[in-house]
Design a protein around this ligand. Sequence first.
Ligand code: NAD
Ligand code: PRE
Length: 372
Amino acid sequence: MAASGAGEAGDLRGGVDDVIVAGAGLIGTSIALALREHGVRVRLTDPDPGSLRLAAELGAGEPVDPAAPGAPADVAVIAAPPAAIPGVLRDLQDRGAAHVYTDAASVKSSVVAEAERLGCDLATFVPGHPMGGREKQGPSAARSDLFLGRSWALCPTGKADPLAVAAVTRLARMCGAEPVTLEAAAHDRAVALVSHAPHVAASAVAARLLGGDETALALAGQGVRDVTRIAAGDPGLWLEILRHNPAPVAGVLEEISADLAEAATALRGGTPGEPAVHGLLSRGRRGRDRIPGKHGAARVPEYAVLPVVIPDEPNALGRLFAAAGEAGINIEDVRIDHSPGLPVGVAQLSVLPGALGPLARALAERGFSVHA
Ligand SMILES: NC(=O)c1ccc[n+]([C@@H]2O[C@H](COP(=O)([O-])OP(=O)(O)OC[C@H]3O[C@@H](n4cnc5c(N)ncnc54)[C@H](O)[C@@H]3O)[C@@H](O)[C@H]2O)c1
Ligand SMILES: O=C(O)C(=O)C[C@]1(C(=O)O)C=C[C@@H](O)C=C1
């Protein structure tokens, strides 16, 4: 969603012209891509050189050394895993890397408490949480439109400078999101209900599938795919998120468990228990109706996946497939991650695990930019 003119883009930027994104993964690169569409200068840092290189190649910004980021940016966004954020904030603030700081962590109270403990400046730190995401990681899954129409929680402490809040509000709006301001504890209770407990519940449903035989799994339709999509997320990141929000998530899970237990007991009891089951299904339907919007994404099969950067031009995919064919490798599936308006996209080639190395070598030899 590029702005239509330099003046208009400048108006929306409102002084947020130069941003540092620390953490060039899914969320950091998505934020960077969205900001680039508004002409914002973006400087990227990430301890993983591969992620940094890919994010830069996707057009998300210029890689910089976090120890020498250059002149202070208008805003620094920290899009690292939650536990790393307070330390990165303290480091960036010590270096005077930006005038205003925000983060993207899925939890807020623990991040704020640790930032305070580390002596971070809370006047310039506006904790944030974009409510858009995917069940995938890394810059190759990034999309400039990831936050379009989503809420973006802002949890400024009582010490926050209103000008800092205004700058982060503008940044969220440039990403196409709607800022929602609330206290950190209220945020954590809210996301326990709408994000964290649902993730665990989806994992519980998906974990049952491990006991299903091939015939049962062959019958899997869209229903189970919808219910389990988020269970494909990274267990490491999710454990970290849950650890930082334990009590609110446990509370919701206990309520879900009670509903499920009651339904199971009622079903075991036959017809007399039916009203309880009907009641749960009806409440579920009414609860679902209260959700104002919904993500949609395809499930990705579990092959080995090779990301290859491709130019946005006729027959780019044709050449890619021809090269794989010449190497005698069968591509099982392909998915294109592409932000509208960008000159390049990422083709995610799914192959049998044993074919990954040979395919990477064959494509690299033929001049493709391969990110194995
Ligand atoms: N995945 C989602 O759907 C989602 C949605 C909203 C918010 N978030 C939050 O966004 C943050 C990033 O998650 P993600 O999904 O982009 O994960 P990701 O794994 O795709 O990216 C995280 C990136 O942070 C980098 N990193 C690690 N330590 C760092 C450090 N000290 N300094 C700078 N970068 C560092 C990693 O190398 C990696 O590239 C997390 O705090 C997460 O809670 C995730
Ligand atoms: O759509 C997804 O894949 C997500 O899980 C995104 C989602 C969510 O629960 O809505 C996940 C974690 C975040 O902190 C924010 C957004």
